[in-house]
Design a protein around this ligand. Structure first.
Ligand code: R5P
Length: 323
């Protein structure tokens, strides 16, 4: 019995199942048995199908759209609570609703407060999150204890291996807000400055034509854009085009979360970007993905999550997982 709890057990929502299977394989355990189904009218119906009394539960599920993903996670945590689990950790590789993190316009809802408020209703003891859009949103968690992991733990080693000792590159942020993240990546890759792609957004994903301004030098360099997510692809497509016009040799992007809404993958394939790397925090069928683009490579966050789960179970610090 580690840390006063029973066995380490992993359960998953439908959205989290593929990632959870990889995590379980790394942890050498079987994925927990649960029915995450539907009533005939589409309402969610969840039941845990094994004894978990006293166990240390890790429930994996991203909360990307549709809202059913969040709803399934809440149901699974509730089922675990009602089954007398010893401790419950919500493992959320992609926390949806996090871009709605403040009331910056009149009469506007704050999505992340609603999403965490909903999760808090079923009282997870802990959270493990990966690259939430804005870290201050963790303040919406009132009772559970959050641990926050970073995509750079996956992105930086991969970028390093892609660079193969080349030094003629620059790390870039797609907006001013992302500069601290880009600086972190640059520092880890041995550089001390970043390029900024400043732009005017008409609405999320829609960039005002010819509004991209590049602050810094990209000519003849490999430009490595880093961001927390790619949603419609509007940002990366506009930035890649501007970078190439300014003489960049290659443009790559690493984003922790690949949402790829609308026809993002096809648009990325047709764009000026050369390579896109994302993690599997949000599931995409590899065959469908490969049919739409050869430019996108999915890196797995399973090992990072498995290590975080192991350390949490054993009561060890997670700070060694943070680059
Ligand atoms: C914005 O604040 C985010 O960090 C991303 O840059 C944005 O969500 C990307 O969206 P899209 O791919 O639709 O341009």
């Amino acid at each position: 019995m580690a840390n006063g709890y029973g066995r380490k057990q992993v359960f998953a929502t439908n959205a989290g199942k593929s990632l959870a299977e990889k995590v379980c394989s790394l942890l050498s355990i079987e994925l927990g048995q649960a029915r995450v189904g539907r009533f005939n009218d589409g309402e969610i119906d969840v039941q845990i199908l094994q004894n978990i009394r006293g166990d240390d539960l890790f429930i994996i599920g991203d909360t990307s759209a549709p809202a059913d993903n969040l709803m399934e996670l809440v149901h699974l945590i509730d089922a675990a609570r009602g089954s007398s689990a010893g401790r419950i950790t919500a493992v959320i590789p992609y926390m949806g609703y996090a871009r709605s993190d403040r009331k910056d316009q009149p009469r506007k809802a704050v999505g992340i407060r609603i999403a965490f408020g909903f999760l808090e209703l079923v009282r997870p003891d802990r959270y493990i999150l990966l690259d939430i859009h804005a870290e201050q949103s963790l303040a919406c968690i009132n009772n559970g204890i959050p641990d926050h992991l970073y995509g750079s733990a996956i992105g930086v080693p991969h970028i390093r291996s892609m660079l193969q000792n080349k030094t003629n590159f620059v790390v870039a942020s797609p907006d001013r807000g992302g500069v601290p993240r880009a600086l972190k990546y640059a520092n880890l890759l041995g550089q001390d400055d970043v390029v900024i792609f400043s732009k005017e957004r008409l609405r999320p994903g829609e960039i005002k034509k010819s509004s991209v301004r590049i602050i810094g030098e990209v000519a003849k360099k490999t430009v490595i854009l880093v961001d927390d997510m790619i949603d419609s692809g509007g940002t990366v497509i506009a930035d890649a085009e501007a970078a190439k016009k300014a003489g960049a040799k290659k443009v790559w992007m690493f984003a922790t979360h690949g949402i790829f809404s609308r026809n993002a993958l096809v648009r990325i394939e047709e764009s000026a970007i050369d390579r896109v790397f994302v993690t599997d925090s949000v599931y995409h069928d590899p065959i469908t993905l490969a049919e739409q683009t050869q430019k996108v490579e999915i890196l797995s966050c399973a090992s990072l999550l498995a290590q975080a789960i192991d350390r949490t179970h054993e009561g060890r610090s997670l700070s060694e997982l943070i680059p």
